[in-house]
Design a protein around this ligand. Structure first.
Ligand code: FMN
Length: 189
């Protein structure tokens, strides 16, 4: 698949079927993340891939605790679209049934240029979702887990830095429509 098609056609998918992605695909997806550019070549990411029944059970249990904080945010953002609120809450409670979920942490608690470290990890995550898509694997990048960051860090990455996001990976029959892209988001000077 060419890059342009992946960039334009990838969508956030919030419901998955039971089919697990292969080890081979997972390795290639993670590897693509590791090849992202990073500020002063820090490679500041630390990915925890939840794939075992035990890890997924713990993850989903902890995620259940995020709903209160998340609902507050969603109510503010999507007042006139209650169906978006329902879909997102249902998704987050069980990660849409995804059988593979990547948690992205930073390697360490503090950086001289913290924003640059976050941007680097975001570049890695974009590589991950695009590479997954190019393999027919659906994904959703989500920051809802930040509502339960402390619990997720304790369980999955003690001694590492902040949690930045999760990425669900799996197969789905859903083909969500592309949300409209907003005007006025760039200027050429
Ligand atoms: C930093 C970031 C955080 C996001 N957090 C969530 C989230 O917590 N829950 C969710 O359902 N989707 C989340 N998304 C997905 C966005 O809602 C989605 O990208 C946006 O609506 C555009 O849709 P598209 O990805 O299909 O183009 C997040 C995306 C990004 C990049």
């Amino acid at each position: 698949m060419d890059l342009k098609e992946a960039i334009y056609s990838r969508r956030s998918v919030r419901k998955y079927n039971d089919k697990q992605i292969s080890d081979e695909d997972l390795n290639e997806i993670i590897e693509a993340g590791l090849w992202a550019p990073s500020a002063v070549n820090l490679q500041p990411w630390y990915f925890v891939v939840c794939r075992s029944d035990e890890a997924l059970k713990d993850l989903n249990e902890i995620m259940g605790g995020s709903i209160f904080g998340l609902t507050k945010v969603l109510n503010n953002r999507f007042k006139s679209n209650p169906e978006v609120i329902d879909e997102t809450v249902n998704f987050v409670k069980s990660m849409g049934g995804a059988k593979t979920v990547i948690l992205t942490f930073l390697q360490q608690e503090e950086y001289d240029e913290y924003t640059a470290a976050v941007e680097s990890a975001a570049a890695a995550m974009q590589n991950i979702v695009l590479t997954a898509y190019s393999k027919g694997i659906s994904s959703c990048w989500l920051t809802a887990p930040l509502h339960v960051e402390k619990e997720l860090r304790e369980r999955f990455a003690p001694g590492k830095g902040h949690l930045l996001a999760a990425i669900t990976l799996g197969y789905s029959d859903l083909k969500p429509k592309a949300p409209r892209r907003k005007d006025g988001r760039f200027v050429i000077v």
